[in-house]
Design a protein around this ligand. Structure first.
Ligand code: FAD
Length: 270
């Protein structure tokens, strides 16, 4: 039985071009979409883990999973071309407009139902559209598995444990854990680009599509129905800045000017 590594990837709209639906969710259809950059980092780490395991004669297999509209197949094709072996698209109208709780439930329900023998799950730390970074930890809690967030590198891996470098900005340390394990990485992008053989292999690999019924999902826990978080209003903020340039003034004049500005802003907001 091979060592199962799962990678969760999200197809995100190219962030310069966000449009909204009437539910205040992102309009994904027909938008230029990319693989969430942190998820490319997750694929990079999965490929490294597979390579390290093969050096100790452990055969690993990388399954890539995405929940999204049918167009998310494009992201899975790229993941296959990059070196993942199997691809699964969780796609069903009932999954749409999910918040992170419903997303984490759907992904965890798929894993419990279809790939319960996994050892390692690698996610991006956050998705650049929703940007909550809530899904990975929520999945770990639902799957009752250990988790390491803010992972920046894989130091060692074998059948019994793995050692990761965790960088939370305030602290950098190594963390060792047994399996099963969920890792969320802040690594962005990927070193190796797909080659022609990767694209040919991706073309020949069937992307399995699963709907809510096939993963025995509880209807009350998926999509809009299963999402206690309702995005009230989503808009691209207009950045208004009235700037005053203070130049060629001695520093104490600048400090006094800024102080008076802060005082008058405070007075206006009281
Ligand atoms: P994150 O939790 O930031 O993603 C982290 C990692 O989880 C990803 O790198 C990926 O590895 C994995 N992952 C996430 N989504 C998927 C997926 N669909 N398929 C496979 N892997 C995935 N929902 C909330 O619950 N609370 C909010 O505050 C909230 N705010 C939002 C604000 C905006 C502007 C938008 C557009 C959406 C918001 N949502 C929120 C909805 C949220 O985007 C979706 O629930 C989304 O599917 C998961 O949340 P996220 O994008 O923040 O992912």
């Amino acid at each position: 039985m091979s060592f199962k590594i799962l990678v969760c990837i999200k197809q995100v709209p190219d962030t310069d071009d966000i449009k909204w639906t009437e539910h205040n969710t992102i309009q994904r259809e027909g938008l230029e979409s990319i693989i969430n950059p942190f998820d490319l980092g997750a694929i990079e780490l999965a490929l490294k883990a597979k390579d390290m395991l093969s050096k100790s004669n452990v055969q690993a297999e990388i399954d890539v999973i995405s929940m999204g509209p049918p167009q998310a197949k494009q992201a899975l094709m790229t993941a296959l071309a990059l070196g993942c072996q199997n691809a699964f698209l969780l796609s069903d109208k009932k999954f749409s407009a999910a918040d992170t709780l419903a997303t984490a439930y759907t992904l965890s329900q798929f894993i419990t139902t279809k790939i319960p023998d996994y050892k390692l799950i690698i996610c991006g730390q956050q998705a650049i559209d929703g940007d909550t970074a809530q899904t990975p930890s929520s999945m770990a809690q639902k799957l009752n598995t250990a988790q390491i967030t803010n992972a920046v590198a894989l130091q060692e891996i074998n059948e019994a444990y793995s050692i990761w470098v965790q960088d939370t900005k305030s602290q950098k340390r190594t963390v060792k854990s047994g399996f099963p394990l969920l890792v969320a990485t802040t690594l962005k992008n990927i070193e190796k680009l797909p080659d022609i053989n990767g694209y040919i292999r991706a073309q020949k690999t069937e992307i399995k599509v699963c709907n809510a019924e096939e993963i025995n999902a509880d209807k009350a826990k998926i999509g809009l129905l299963g999402s206690p978080t309702q995005v009230k209003k989503a808009f691209v903020p207009e950045i208004q800045r009235n700037t005053t340039l203070i130049e060629n003034e001695p520093t104490n004049h600048c400090a006094n000017y800024i102080l008076n500005e802060i005082k008058s802003c405070k007075a206006n907001n009281e």
